[in-house]
Design a protein around this ligand. Structure first.
Ligand SMILES: [Zn+2]
Length: 92
């Protein structure tokens, strides 16, 4: 998909629509550790990792991308949930 570099969208800091600039980021929003991560952490010290020893499966056909939206007015950036897209381009 193509996405404009700058567009008007809602800024949660200004609480209204402002012009935003788009930046691509590696890591998206995280909601801390999930139960599976804690379970994995407990087993990763010694011995078999149990079900976590499995080799991960093949790649998905598309990659999830994460976009950061930076408000031009207040300079603060916010994230939104990432989405899957085959090709991502920023346009003027
Ligand atoms: Zn703002």
């Amino acid at each position: 998909m193509k996405m404009p570099q700058k567009f008007n969208t809602y800024c949660p800091f200004c609480r209204n629509h402002q012009q935003h600039e788009v930046e691509k980021v590696k890591k998206g929003r995280t909601s801390g550790l999930h139960w599976i991560d804690r379970q994995k952490a407990r087993r990763s010290t010694v011995g078999s990792m149990g079900k976590f020893s499995k080799v991960p499966g093949g790649d998905k056909p598309t990659k999830k991308i994460n976009i950061r939206y930076r408000c031009k007015k207040c300079g603060k950036a916010h994230l939104r949930a990432g989405f899957r897209v085959a090709k991502f381009e920023l346009t003027e």
